[in-house]
Design a protein around this ligand. Sequence first.
Ligand code: SF4
Length: 330
Amino acid sequence: MSGPRAGVPLIEAEDVAMHFRVGSALSALVGGRPALVRAVDGVSLTLMRGESVGLLGESGCGKTTMGRLLLRLLRPSAGRIRFDGEDIAALSGAGLRRFRARAQMIFQNPFEALNPRFTIAAALAEPLENAGIPRAEWAGRIERAMELVRLPDPGQFLARRPHQLSGGQLQRVVMARALLLDPDFVVADEPVSMLDVSVRAGVLNVFREVRARLGLTAIYISHDLALVRYVCERTVVMYLGRVVEDGPTEAMIEDPLHPYTRALVAAVPTPDPDQSHAPLPIGRGAPDARNPPSGCRFRDRCPLAHDRCAAEAPRPTRIGARTVYCHLHG
Ligand code: SF4
């Protein structure tokens, strides 16, 4: 994004945590205590206006929870999130409605995101009605949003129900729905993971185009570094509820600093042998989030772990435009 407001933070998350209590009814009956899952545990993140940031990590790393916290779909257990300077936890009434319009989610599963009983027209009218947009504006807004996601002939789609559209068309409708209220910020949660491989590139291209055309600030949540590389200039890598590395995507791929990032980068196929990295043997599957290791949470899987890693959680070290959380660097 260029222009007078670029370089100004839109989102500022400070030391945000989200802890869930989990426990089965059976364990409660026998006097067992519910376990505490620290899904997000002390994440600080600033997004400048117009920035596109990938939240990357394995399943269970906290990336989807973080996305939901930024949209106030969840309330954090600790920490603060500011949107355009305002604490989103303090919003209510008209202020909250304005925030809801400006900050939108593109859901992972287009087959679940739309009510199967609604026509596409009804699905698109619903957020406009809820936001109190005058009915006279609906057709114009729907037409513009459909054109943005490259479904330029809305008449073809509006009377149909979700099952009458292909997965790719449906995900574009979900994207159009998120654009109807002219948001500044979108969180896209693995938006192509449920789609056939053959249509993923088309949907990703639409996402990229729309973001650039509207100057949107975006979070793209994924476990796939290749997809994040395609749509985001900056990447934040998460592991077991914490950030482990944050920086420009290309620099991170060329020279990953954190051992976990190194393992993720090594898993991405590259045609250029100079760009490939020796794989790190980290094994599969993150440890139990209810009982994370002391010190560095990655230490159980890190082949470079040493004594300090068990005793002390790494603090952020700034290296150029990058931030890394690892004792090897600070
Ligand atoms: Fe590995 Fe230690 Fe760095 Fe953690 S702090 S990533 S265990 S070297």
